[in-house]
Design a protein around this ligand. Structure first.
Ligand SMILES: NC(=O)c1ccc[n+]([C@@H]2O[C@H](COP(=O)([O-])OP(=O)(O)OC[C@H]3O[C@@H](n4cnc5c(N)ncnc54)[C@H](O)[C@@H]3O)[C@@H](O)[C@H]2O)c1
Length: 437
């Protein structure tokens, strides 16, 4: 399949899908929301289970995945999970759910009568898939990251406008925004509890390298094929955008949220490389670590660090230092506000429903009540920081942040889609040699 065919939006937009649905039950004759899942891997199947916990008045009617084995695995996981609900067959009936595989699976799923789509495929495909979802007039839950390069970021911002015009809801998988603890923490910061912000840091430093060899029926796939690289997408820059974009975006998003979602860097300078000694190309071409210095203007610097090296010391969290105190959230610890002497003034230990459930409750409530919600622009803006950081680290160059969205032509989506095709091996980016485009 060629890129122009893959990105071509499906020509199945009925007139009714152009209209906002202000009364879901009245428009549909039933208030059971029909859901389609695109990308049935770990998170796609997990998100579907989270959605079932959030709201049992849904029905999973269709599933799509590039690979049949992944689809079957996801289907089994969802079927087992659904058994815990009394009306499980109403929510998910493994004998009746429509399933689609191959490169046209998304087009085929979107021809089905679905109201809401969960998109949780490999990052590089999110933007072209969302173009099809919007064209088909469906509400969406999109996993992060929404885009992997500036070309896709621009496309996503355009699609976001189209979603608004059509009254389509879109919620994204930055689940901390739906966590009561993070919400309270951000409110306290925005209410001035730590004073004026003077410095910011965020971290996704993990003690493991995500990704590795892929096997089918115990046979190892050749690592230079498109199939291997999609299955082991974490390791390849073109597919994931690198872990600064795919994973660290969570932390950058918390910082952007706490700063009010209306700040943006002036300039970006980043450093990084690959210190992991796992063999290439089997373990991909991506960096193992990044450090980015974002000049946020008015004297504020945001220092952002991420690392995936086996056994390296880990820390995942966000910190803001203000003139009166410190905000610190740790994914595996507590969330707190302290005074400048380090004395805790407020802490929050996670409790209540999981935020990965709450994000779906938020979306489904909006769809059912005909409220328009769109969380895509926020996440594209946070993702642009990660994209800019990656570009600066790869190239070794310092540049104005605005240049990325306005001018960068970097585009990772391949020209052709053929699972057997050999992918060019360019090696790990070398600062000073990697071209900034
Ligand atoms: N919010 C979170 O905390 C969180 C956690 C984990 C993963 N994620 C995100 O979810 C996404 C998926 O991650 P995962 O861990 O489930 O990966 P995964 O590899 O387990 O699942 C991805 C699935 O997408 C399918 N796929 C790939 N390309 C496709 C295409 N063109 N058309 C249809 N299907 C396609 C794959 O076959 C696979 O089944 C990623 O973007 C990741 O960043 C988010």
């Amino acid at each position: 399949m060629e890129r122009r065919d893959f990105v071509k939006t499906s020509a199945i937009i009925g007139a009714s899908s152009m209209l906002p649905r202000f009364s879901f039950a009245a428009a549909k004759g039933s208030d059971r929301i029909k859901v389609g899942l695109i990308g049935c891997g770990g998170r796609g199947s997990g998100a579907t289970c989270n959605m079932m916990v959030a709201d049992q008045n849904i029905k999973i009617v269709a599933m799509a995945d590039l690979f049949e084995d992944k689809l079957l695995k996801g289907k089994n996981k969802i079927a087992n999970f659904a058994k815990k609900f009394d009306n499980s067959k109403e929510i998910f009936d493994p004998d009746k759910v429509k399933t689609f595989t191959g490169w046209d699976c998304v087009d085929n799923l979107l021809k089905e009568d679905v109201d809401v789509v969960i998109e949780a495929t490999t990052p590089v495909f999110r933007t072209p898939h969302y173009a099809k979802i919007v064209a088909a007039g469906k509400h969406a839950f999109l996993e992060k990251p929404p885009c992997v390069d500036a070309v896709q970021a621009r496309q996503m911002l355009e699609l976001s406008k189209k979603a608004d015009e059509k009254g389509l809801c879109v919620v994204c998988g930055t689940q901390r925004r739906y966590d009561a603890g993070y919400q309270e923490m951000v409110k306290r910061v925005q209410d001035g509890e730590i004073g004026d912000i003077v410095s910011a840091q965020c971290y996704w430093n993990a003690s493991l390298y995500v990704g590795g060899p892929q096997f089918i029926n115990h046979e190892e796939l050749a690592c230079d094929t498109m199939e291997y690289q999609i299955r082991n997408w974490f390791s390849f820059i073109w597919a994931s955008g690198d872990h600064i974009v795919e994973q660290h975006v969570h932390n950058l998003d918390v910082i952007m949220w706490a700063l009010g979602d209306n700040r943006k860097p002036q300039e970006v300078r980043a450093w990084g490389g690959r210190s992991t000694d796992l063999p290439m190309p089997k373990y991909g071409d991506r960096f193992s670590h990044f450090a980015v210095d974002f000049d946020m203007g008015n004297g504020l610097r945001l220092a952002s660090y991420c690392q995936q090296d086996p056994k390296a010391a880990g820390e995942i969290g966000e910190r803001l230092v203000g003139t009166k105190g410190v905000m610190y959230s740790n994914l595996y610890g507590t969330i707190s506000i302290s005074d400048l002497d380090g004395k805790k003034k407020w802490t929050y230990d996670k409790k209540g429903r999981e935020c990965m459930v709450e994000e779906h409750a938020f979306l489904l409530d909006a769809v059912r009540k005909g409220k328009h919600v769109n969380k895509l622009d926020q996440l594209v803006n946070s993702t642009l920081l990660a994209i800019a950081g990656r570009m600066s680290a790869y190239s070794g160059k310092k540049f104005k942040f605005d240049w990325v969205l306005a001018k960068s032509k970097e585009s990772f989506l391949p020209e052709k889609f053929d699972l057997k095709q050999k992918m060019p091996w360019k090696g790990v980016p070398v600062p000073g040699k990697y071209e900034l485009v």
